[in-house]
Each structure stands twice: as structure tokens, then as C-alpha cells.
Design a protein around this ligand. Structure first.
Ligand code: ADP
Ligand code: ADP
Ligand code: ZN
Ligand code: ZN
Length: 836
């Protein structure tokens, strides 16, 4: 591809200064695959997303809504002088933070709509049943939902055992645990006293009839309550018709629990009462969420709920004969229901074509019903990509963020083919990517650097890949053209073994597998083969239970799932271990209140430094004055958020800076206090690199910053909200926090693709950190695709061979060299190539 620069085939950026970009200018070809490379923090995203995509978005919003225009005035457009030739843009960014909506594979891809149509028009109905419209197959519509469970598939019930966990207690001793705490529970007790029920006998000794009434009655008697009186005094008072303290309304425990669950708006309350409820499959729909009439309609013998649980590759295989008009009884059906056959063929063809795209992106192991919060960010991005491939848009630029994340090298080819498809349809692709196989396929490379943060933000190279070879300052060139090999490292020998057997979960069946201790292990395999299930779930949960730790990492408040008993058996040298450390990619906080400085604990030290300054002491400011989370020092207008949320009709809400503190989060008096000429807001605005130099003499702060630099995060700002961090960054922040604590006992570190978002140069530093842990006697087990990391590990466990039902076995295990020779392993050939 050769464009004369300045021709209309280019997007021209002039004077870009967003974040760390150094007033840069660059020309990018359209209708091409443009890949942005550079070390983490060099400014790739600031250019691709922060400048190009943001500007395209701004122009689009301006064209549709005057209100949005006013807002963007406040928000500020990207800091750039001019961009010419920019087409409309679609961003396929990896999800940051937690997805809020409960959607499924079927709804994200809109395949569920087609499947409902298929069942409506081409399903087999029982004799005499009327046709059901497509909506009638959705559990989210009144027409479709099972009337018993309202489409939930589950019903919640309460039992005596669930609400009275300890029947040896009396009512006064809170035997009825499900009742509200504090005043509410006391009120119910006083009502029972008035009703003449013995609240000082152990629960189990009360008559069953009384117990049932207290727990389950729908009656709500209103009775006089005499708070503070003994049962006997109460009895006397009632008899003499004394004026009661108040009239109290009784509510059975069941009524209280179900009513609170259905109506409370507090998540904490909901969780509290839910603890007394038992979820059971709805007996009417058997968990299938639909009305009986809808479930009676079948296609190929499956009802629509069963169909939605099949892996997509199976669905595609079922539909293909219909799409091609060669289903078993085709001729006969054409005779009997010609219109149905035509409709069926058209829908099957449409579905099969869309499914093929998903299969080619390595997602055939997913089912339509799978909920999106259980997908990895990479899987979700590829789902969205597949959906775009069918949207028939052209003339747009797709901006993608590391689409290879979570992809086995064997699947990268399919990804490239999908990208080629979008390009062939007349679109442009701007892709931020580290995977060298993808970088090599670029039509055009934009290398940003040379370093991160302040040391980056310049264009080192912009042109066809070959030319990058001659750019000495480029770290990318070093890896792209002279593959720095992983170094013929001597494999360390294990100090013991962990043995898991009978592992049964998702696609793992009675699996037996062993993990070496005291070394670095990589678990490999294609996407969907079962790596995460094995490592981040079964191994982590089983080990946590053995070590008496809570099942989920401490930051993960929402982990609901636990491993059912008997899903695995752990044996081996568990006694050698003292601690499990799980370092995953889940967000480290859900609100912008949590940030790098607060999460790592270094902000506590910083606040103490501020409180110790002369001005702070004179004004009697304590360390908490310098917190934006409590009253006192923070800006009360925004309550220390620095931002205000602005709701937009029809568009996602946006944040705008607080008009009072202008985003500094603190009030003016607090900001008057300076430590070495910097106020606390300015410190939060520093990058780790800058702060590292600034706090050189403050050992605890310095150590924390030093570790953050070591894991490649020197470019992050201290106040960077947790919600802005990518999954890979969040994982490295957690790792840094753990590295600071390391040293205690012998720990097992479990990591989930720690290289996500890292340039090969940063990968090397990360690997050194992990090796340091191993050298200190700890064990590191990582799910990983990066072949440099796999090749330099001590032990490899390859799971597969395929995804879903075609995976779930240990295909090969051993040193990297041994696994590279293994037959039947999809990882082996790639590993062999890397090891040379
Ligand atoms: P890359 O995509 O190459 O990893 P980024 O573009 O994300 O790099 O970051 C480049 C620089 O800009 C870093 O120093 C980073 O800390 C800074 N930066 C990123 N996002 C923001 C933001 N929202 N506000 C201020 N600085 C930011
Ligand atoms: P990998 O980590 O190798 O990509 P996973 O362990 O995520 O693979 O998935 C293995 C299999 O288990 C796949 O078939 C996947 O669809 C299934 N699976 C994973 N998580 C869930 C879940 N939360 N619910 C249902 N199936 C799941
Ligand atoms: Zn039901
Ligand atoms: Zn404010």
C-alpha cells in the first residue's frame, strides 16, 4: 500500500497534546490496518482512544445534540490542534470496571432474537397449539416469562432451619436470626411478649405450632407494646389496660425476609436477608424461565432453553443442514409446510453465517445463555467484534484495544482474518496491540515512545512495518526484528507437589493434575480449554479452604460463587504452604474513590507527612484532614469526588469536573498546606515516576513507589481512579501491593494472564519480578499465552486440546522443552518456534 502523504487516503493529526503526547503530528492511512505500538504508558491509548476516537465521538455528538455540545464545552475536547480526514469511529475497547448490565452472549450478539424468531416461525408446535410470537420466547417479557418465578428460573424460600440457625437459643437471645437487628427485632420480641409467648425458653422447646406461627404466618396482629417491662409486668399492664408505649405490628420472619428482599433499595439489606433464603429451581419451568406453552415448542428436539445452553459450535452444526436445504425430511416438509421450510431456511442461513464468525474467533465453546459478567474482557471484545463484522457498516474506523488479549497463538490467525474482513468491507482499523504476530501483519505501524509517561509521547515511527527496523530508539523494533529469546534458562526443580484430583467443574471432568511447588509454572491452552476454571477457580478455592483463607481475594466483595464440596480433592505437600495470594484482573474498586494511592496504602503515609507539616500542626489538622473520603478536608460540593455525574438523555452519563474544587477534590484551606511546596492534590496528580523522585527520602512511600515501577506502572498517576485502570493494570497494582508484603512464609501466587497490556519489554521486567518471588521460596502459577513467559518458565501444563467439550484435559506437562515436543498439543508448535 503506498499513499502519497497528504492524499485524501489519510487521517491527518496535527498538534496532539492529550495526556503525555508531545504536540505530535502524524498521518495515518485509511482503509488499512494501523497498529499502535510502544511500551506501556508511552501514549498509544492517548493517541488512539484519547485523541482520535474522542474527537470522532465529539463530532458525532455535536451533530446530534445541542445539549451534548454544551456539555463537551465543559468537558473539553481532546487537546489537539486539528484532525482532518477522520471518519466516524466505533470503539471496541476492553471493558474497564465491572459491567453493570446483566446481558448474555445471545443478547450482546443479538443472536437470541433470531433464535426466538426461528422457534416462533419454524419450531414444531404440539397439535392444536397456536403460534407464539417471537417475544413469547423471551423470559424478559410478560408474554414469555414463567408465571411462577417471573422468568427468574429460581424461587426463593425460607425454612425454619434457614431462619433459626441455632434452635438452642431463646427468642430473647435472638433465636430468630432472620428478624431485623437492633430495634426492629426487639420490637417483634416485645410483641410476642404481649401475645403471651414465652421468649425465655429455648426455641426448640416451644410447641411446633407456635414456632410455625412466628416464622410463617401471614397475619399481622397489632398489639399494645410495653417496652422494658418483664413478661409478667407486661401481662399485668395489659390486664389493667394501662396506656402502652406504642402499638406494634407483628410481622412473621418469612414475611419480613421476603418483603425486605422484594422492596429494599439497599444492597446491604438485600444481602442480609438473602442469607436466610434458600434458592431452589422453579418447579414449574424447571429453571428454564419460560411459560409451559413456549417450552412445548421444539426445534430438532430441543426446547429453546436447552438450545440456548448448547455450545455455539453445536448450534452451528445443527443449523447447517437447514441452511443448505438438506435436513433429513426436507422433501416431505416442503410438501407439507412450504412456507415454514422457506422461513426456516432463511433464518438458519442467517444464523449459521453469524455463528461462523464467532467460531472463527475461537468462541465456539460459549453458549447463548452464558452471562457476560462471567466472560473475560478479551472474550467480550471478540463477541462485539464478531457482531460488528455483521453490521454491514463501511467507511468507519474501528478503534480496538489489544484484541489478542486472552487468545492462544493458534487463534490469532482467525482474529487477523476477522480484521481483514472489516478492512475488505471498506473500513479502517486502528489497533493498540502488543502481540508481535498481530504487529507483523499491520499495513502501517505507529510506534510511540521512547519511554512511558513523561519519557514517551513522541512518534518514533509511522510507516509500513519494514521501516521500523532502522529506528534505534524503538523498543518495539528490538523485539519485532531480533526476537530477544527467552534465554536458555536452567529449569529450577520443584520443592514439592500439589495434587488435585477429581476436579469436576464446567468442562473439567474427574481431572487429575499436579502443580510443582517452589517454581514458576505456566498453564497454557486455547481460549475456553479450561485454564481459568482449573487455576483461578478450582485450585485457588480448594487451596484457600485448606489454608483456612476466605475463598475470594479480599478485594472481591462480590464473589458469590464458591466451589461445591467434593468438586476436587487436594493432596500432596500442602503442609509446606502458608498462604495463597490470588492476583487477578478484577477491578480493584468500583468507585473513583479508590485509587492507586489508597489501594496500595501509600496514601496513608503521605497523609501523615502532610499532617506533620508546621502549618497543619498549627491548625491542628490530623491525617484524616487530607482524605477526600471523609468530611473535613474534602470539597463538600462534590464530596471529594472531584467530578459530578451529568445524566444525558439517550446517551451514557458523563462526568464533568466539580465547579467548586475544579477536580482537586479538596477544599481551599486543605490545599494551603504544602509538603515540600506541593499540596495534597498536586501529589495525587503526580505519576509514580515523578513521586518516586519526590519521596526519595521517605522510606515507606518510596518502597511502595519503587515496587509499582518494577511492575511497569511508573506512568500511572497516584490519584488515578481505580475505575480507570485496565484489567491488566489492576492486576499489576495488586501484584505490586503483594510484592511489598512478600517474605512472610511460603506463598502460592496465582495469576491470570499477567502480561495483558504489556509491551514485550515490560513483560521481561514482570517476569524478573515473578522469578524473584520464586527465588525467595514462593510458588508462582500463571495462566498465560505469552510465549516468552511460557518459554522461560520452569514447568508448563497444557490444557486442551480444544475448547469447551473438546478441552478440559491435561494434554502435556513438563519443562517448556518437553511440552514443545508433545504431540496433540496446540501450544507445542508455537513453543518449539519460540525456544528455537
Ligand atoms: P499506553 O496506551 O501506551 O499504555 P496511555 O496513553 O494509556 O499509554 O498513557 C500515556 C500517559 O498518559 C501515561 O503517563 C498515563 O499515566 C497518562 N494518562 C492516561 N490516562 C490519563 C488520564 N485519564 N488523565 C491523565 N493522564 C492520563
Ligand atoms: P480458559 O480459561 O482456558 O479460556 P475457561 O476455564 O474460562 O477456559 O472455560 C472452560 C469452559 O468452561 C468453557 O467451555 C467455558 O464456556 C466454560 N465456562 C467457564 N466459565 C463458565 C461459567 N461461569 N458458566 C458456565 N460455563 C463456564
Ligand atoms: Zn419458573
Ligand atoms: Zn469539588
Amino acid at each position: 500500500m503506498t499513499y502519497p502523504p497528504g492524499s485524501s487516503g489519510f487521517v491527518r493529526v496535527r498538534g496532539a497534546r492529550e495526556h503525555n503526547l508531545k504536540d505530535l503530528s502524524v498521518d495515518l492511512p485509511r482503509d488499512a490496518l494501523v497498529v499502535f505500538t510502544g511500551v506501556s504508558g508511552s501514549g498509544k491509548s492517548s493517541l488512539a482512544f484519547g485523541t482520535l476516537y474522542a474527537e470522532a465521538q465529539r463530532r458525532y455528538l455535536e451533530s446530534v445534540s445541542p445539549y451534548a455540545r454544551r456539555l463537551f464545552h465543559q468537558l473539553g475536547a481532546p487537546d489537539v490542534d486539528a484532525i482532518e480526514g477522520l471518519p466516524p469511529a466505533v470503539a471496541l475497547q476492553q471493558q474497564r470496571g465491572t459491567p453493570t448490565t446483566r446481558s448474555s452472549v445471545g443478547s450482546v450478539t443479538t443472536l437470541s432474537n433470531l433464535v426466538r424468531m426461528l422457534y416462533s416461525r419454524a419450531g414444531e408446535y404440539p397439535e392444536g397449539q397456536d403460534i407464539i410470537y417471537a417475544e413469547g420466547f423471551s423470559p424478559n417479557t410478560p408474554e414469555g416469562a414463567c408465571p411462577n418465578c417471573h422468568g427468574q428460573g429460581q424461587v426463593y424460600e425460607v425454612t425454619e432451619a434457614s431462619m433459626v440457625p441455632d434452635p438452642s437459643l431463646t427468642i430473647r437471645e435472638r433465636a430468630v436470626a432472620a428478624w431485623p437487628q437492633a430495634w426492629g427485632g426487639q420490637n417483634q420480641r416485645d410483641i410476642l411478649v404481649t401475645l403471651g409467648i414465652d421468649v425465655d425458653t429455648p426455641w426448640r422447646d416451644l410447641p411446633q405450632e407456635t414456632r410455625d406461627w412466628i416464622l410463617f404466618t401471614d397475619e399481622q396482629p397489632v398489639v399494645p407494646v410495653y417496652p422494658g417491662l418483664t413478661p409478667k409486668e407486661t401481662h399485668d399492664a395489659a390486664k389493667r389496660k394501662l396506656e402502652p408505649g406504642y402499638m406494634g405490628t407483628f410481622s412473621s420472619a418469612r414475611r419480613h425476609v421476603l418483603h425486605t428482599f422484594a422492596t429494599t433499595e439497599s444492597a446491604a439489606m438485600k444481602r442480609r436477608v438473602q442469607a436466610y433464603m434458600i434458592a431452589a429451581e422453579c418447579p414449574v419451568c424447571c429453571g428454564r424461565r419460560l411459560r409451559p406453552e413456549a417450552l412445548a415448542v421444539r426445534f430438532m428436539g430441543y426446547d429453546i432453553a436447552e438450545f440456548s445452553r448448547l455450545p455455539l459450535q453445536r448450534v452451528a452444526a445443527l443449523l447447517r443442514p437447514f441452511a443448505e436445504g438438506r435436513e433429513p425430511d426436507h422433501a416431505e416438509q416442503v410438501q407439507r409446510h412450504p412456507e415454514r421450510v422457506i422461513a426456516q431456511e432463511r433464518m438458519a442461513r442467517d444464523l449459521a453465517a453469524r455463528l461462523d464468525v464467532l467460531l472463527s474467533l475461537g468462541l465456539g465453546y460459549l453458549a447463548l445463555e452464558r452471562s457476560t459478567p462471567t466472560l473475560s474482557p478479551g472474550e467480550l471484545q471478540r463477541l462485539r467484534l464478531a457482531t460488528q463484522l455483521h453490521s454491514n457498516l463501511f467507511g468507519v474506523v474501528y478503534v480496538l484495544d489489544e484484541p489478542s488479549a486472552g487468545l492462544h497463538p493458534a487463534d490469532t490467525q482467525a482474529l487477523l482474518t476477522a480484521l481483514d474482513g472489516l478492512k475488505a468491507a471498506g473500513n479502517s482499523l486502528f489497533v493498540v496491540e502488543h502481540d508481535l504476530d498481530v504487529v507483523r501483519r499491520a499495513d502501517w505501524i505507529v510506534d510511540v515512545g521512547p519511554g512511558a509517561g513523561e519519557q514517551g509521547g513522541e512518534i518514533l515511527y509511522s510507516g509500513p512495518p519494514g521501516g521500523l527496523r532502522d529506528v534505534p530508539a524503538s523498543q518495539t523494533a528490538r523485539y519485532l526484528f531480533r526476537e530477544e529469546e527467552s534465554g536458555p534458562q536452567e529449569a529450577r526443580s520443584p520443592s514439592g507437589w500439589l495434587e488435585l484430583s477429581g476436579v469436576t467443574r464446567h468442562n473439567l471432568r474427574e481431572l487429575k493434575v499436579r502443580f510443582p511447588l517452589g517454581v514458576r509454572t505456566c498453564v497454557t491452552g486455547v481460549s475456553g480449554s479450561g485454564k481459568s476454571t482449573l487455576v483461578t477457580q478450582v485450585l485457588a478455592w480448594t487451596l484457600a479452604a485448606h489454608l483456612g483463607q476466605p475463598p475470594a481475594p479480599e478485594h472481591d466483595e462480590e464473589a458469590e460463587e464458591v466451589l461445591p464440596a467434593g468438586a476436587a480433592h487436594l493432596a500432596g505437600d500442602v503442609a509446606l504452604l502458608s498462604r495463597l495470594v490470588q492476583v487477578d484482573q478484577k477491578p480493584i474498586g468500583r468507585t473513583p474513590r479508590s485509587n492507586l494511592a489508597t489501594y496500595t496504602g501509600l496514601f496513608d503515609h503521605v497523609r501523615r507527612l502532610f499532617a506533620a507539616t508546621p502549618l497543619a500542626r498549627q491548625r491542628k489538622y490530623s491525617a484524616s484532614r487530607f482524605s477526600f473520603n471523609v468530611r473535613g478536608g474534602r470539597c463538600e460540593h462534590c464530596q471529594g469526588e472531584g467530578w459530578m455525574m451529568v445524566e444525558l438523555l439517550f446517551l451514557p452519563s458523563v462526568y464533568a469536573p466539580c465547579p467548586v474544587c475544579h477536580g482537586s477534590r479538596f477544599n481551599a484551606e486543605t490545599l494551603e498546606v504544602a509538603y515540600q511546596d506541593r499540596n495534597v492534590a498536586e501529589v495525587l496528580g503526580m505519576t509514580v515516576d515523578v513521586a518516586w523522585a519526590f519521596f526519595r527520602k521517605e522510606a515507606p512511600v518510596f518502597r511502595a513507589l519503587d515496587t509499582l515501577r518494577e511492575v511497569g506502572l511508573g506512568y500511572l498517576r497516584l490519584g488515578q481512579p481505580a475505575t480507570e485502570l485496565s484489567g491488566g493494570e489492576a492486576q499489576r497494582v495488586k501484584l505490586a501491593a503483594e510484592l511489598q508484603r512478600a517474605g512472610r512464609g511460603r506463598s502460592v501466587y496465582i495469576l491470570d494472564e499477567p502480561t495483558t497490556g504489556l509491551h514485550p519489554a515490560d513483560v521481561k521486567r514482570l517476569t524478573q519480578q515473578l522469578d524473584r518471588l520464586v527465588d525467595a521460596g514462593h510458588t508462582v502459577i500463571a495462566v498465560e499465552h505469552d510465549l516468552q513467559v511460557v518459554g522461560s518458565s520452569d514447568w508448563v501444563i497444557d490444557v486442551g486440546p480444544g475448547a469447551g467439550d473438546e478441552g478440559g484435559r491435561v494434554v502435556a506437562e513438563g519443562t517448556p522443552r518437553e511440552v514443545a515436543q508433545a504431540r496433540g498439543s496446540r501450544t507445542a508448535p508455537f513453543l518449539a518456534r519460540t525456544l528455537g
